[in-house]
Design a protein around this ligand. Sequence first.
Ligand SMILES: Nc1ncnc2c1ncn2[C@@H]1O[C@H](COP(=O)(O)OP(=O)(O)O)[C@@H](O)[C@H]1O
Ligand SMILES: [Mg+2]
Length: 275
Amino acid sequence: MTTLRASRAADRGIASVSTDAGDVVIRTTGLTRVYATGRTEVRALDGVDVSVREGEFVAVMGASGSGKSTLMNILGCLDKPTAGSYELDGIRVEELDKNALAEIRNQRIGFVFQSFNLLARTAAIDNVELPLLYDRSGRKIDSRKAAAEALERVGLADRMDHEPSEMSGGEQQRVAIARALVGQPSLILADEPTGNLDSRTSVDVMTLFQDLNDQGITVIIVTHEPEIARYCKRIIRMRDGRVIVDEPVRDRRCARDDLERLAYLDEQNVAEVAV
Ligand SMILES: Nc1ncnc2c1ncn2[C@@H]1O[C@H](COP(=O)(O)OP(=O)(O)O)[C@@H](O)[C@H]1O
Ligand SMILES: [Mg+2]
């Protein structure tokens, strides 16, 4: 694990697709989810076969209603399939009871949502510490210290006492990412994490996901935007509950380079206006 992390860190900034030969983290077979609402049934997932290896960075794309969130909820152990199987680190998730699901979720998975889902009128550090207060794994963790470290990791060491209303959207999403990281997950699932952010802030948030991925964390995000998907390593495209495309990202982009380019262009513009 240590060597993996070290070697991934050495890859930093490389914008090409590397073949990831890590262990299989996620394997779904014939994954199906049918929602029964009243008299109608919605087949939100219709036989999804996907494998994701350690260290991958996947973008799940597809039209609204194609089943992306349903897939993420099952991958995140928030929901169970109606049929088919889901193995997470070799564990058959559909066979677990509620408590075991909660435990696996707490210890292995970090979630990030489009609307941040932070507690209002609650300082960043308290928001980030929260998952650890529900941690029943018996791990000995100084939750306060871990929360502070997670906030440092996302570049918010100077915002620990700020409440969500006192932060920008990008900062709030960073807090949410720190909260996802605080339990030291090996997998981060983010459902449209840049959906509420302007394009520059989106790139900024993607620098963070790329950094975390470089550090060995497996990342799966849902996004509508092709520009955002280009920061990932692999694209899975869904339609009507099925995977219709599964391919590596060619011409992968480095978010940090793009951010620097944007800053440079801004400077040029300012200079031009001044002249
Ligand atoms: N809780 C639910 N109850 C009933 N139908 C649902 C529920 N959640 C999602 N659906 C339906 O399942 C399909 C897939 O939804 P979803 O996974 O949210 O798609 P996406 O995230 O790609 O927009 C849609 O037709 C949606 O209306
Ligand atoms: Mg969705």
